[in-house]
Design a protein around this ligand. Structure first.
Ligand code: HSE
Length: 295
């Protein structure tokens, strides 16, 4: 399962981009009851019992007998609680493992639907499942509709991950109940512009297209340095930047030349607020959810 960056600025709860950091899970038969083994990023924070999120999702589809007779091996590259879709990846992984193990033949759409019901919103789930750039929405009856949208191949993605946490609940609680018409129009215009910029590779459009009035202004005060990051301009090769999901990580699109400088400038803003940050230069993942039978 790939990590994912949701929103991309104006596409709140709508856009998601799958990224080349992975959660890999293997399921085997166990004769010693349920066993969970974890390694990799933030592994000390991943539960080894039935409260494990991957296992909780797995239990939604797997029989009681199966749940007691498996060994789950988790190798994680996705930082937890940083706005990189770690919970969406975990939920989808659990559902996909149960689907395969029990031979349930649930489609990717059905897994996206179930995962969205557990996660609460579709953007990370749909991107992690489908790979690439994904547009998603929920119909009034809750049905999730998601579709890939074209994206230029040569896009450098820089992700800056600060060493601070922000829970999605807290980041969502900071948002207002309603928005003014100018703000709604502002975002609708920019989501459409951003999809065109990503499709056509229009470097000149990104800075404007990644502006947002629905969530970033309200979350800025929760993330040390983010208000300064939003003001970063004139870095050669930096096309545009946004909060990754609910934050606190920042995702930036660059044209190759600018990736190193852009990452450094964003990390410097975090450092000025006494928060260390890691810079990752990533690719867009194009595969999404991959399920393989182990030999
Ligand atoms: N669209 C969601 C948000 C992503 O911004 O709250 C968080 O997982």
């Amino acid at each position: 399962m790939p990590a994912s960056s949701a929103n991309l600025g104006p596409g709140f709860d709508t856009l998601g981009l799958a990224l080349s950091l992975y959660l890999r899970c293997t399921l085997r038969k166990s004769s010693q009851g349920l066993q969970i083994q974890v390694s990799g990023c933030d592994s000390s924070e991943i539960s080894l019992n039935r409260s494990n999120l991957i296992f909780r999702a797995f239990s939604r589809l797997a029989s009681k007998e199966t749940q007691e007779a498996v060994k789950l091996e988790i190798v994680n590259e996705v930082p937890l609680g940083k706005g990189l879709g770690s919970s969406a990846a975990a939920i989808l992984a659990g559902l996909a493992l149960a689907n395969e193990w029990e031979g349930l033949n649930r489609s990717k759409e059905q897994l996206i639907q179930m995962a969205t019901e557990m996660e609460g919103h579709p953007d990370n789930v749909a991107a992690a499942a489908r790979g690439g750039l994904v547009v998603s929405c929920q119909a009034e009856d809750g049905a999730v509709i998601s579709v890939n949208s074209p994206i230029i191949q040569k896009l450098e993605v820089v992700l800056v991950v600060p060493q601070c946490r922000l829970s999605t609940e807290a980041a969502r609680a900071a948002l207002p109940e309603s928005y003014s018409r100018p703000h709604a129009i502002f975002n609708v215009q920019r989501v459409a512009l951003l999809l065109a910029a990503l499709r056509e590779g229009r470097a000149d459009l990104f800075a404007e297209a990644m502006q947002d009035r629905l969530h970033q202004p309200y979350r800025a005060s929760l993330i040390p340095g983010f208000a300064d990051i939003l003001k970063l301009r004139n870095i050669p090769g930096l096309l545009g930047l946004a909060l990754s999901g609910a934050g606190p990580s920042v995702v930036a699109f660059c044209d190759g030349r600018g990736a190193a400088e852009a990452g450094e400038a964003i990390a410097a803003c975090f450092r000025e607020h006494k928060v260390a940050a890691e810079i990752h230069r990533l690719q867009v993942d194009t595969q999404g959810l991959v399920v393989e039978k182990a030999s």
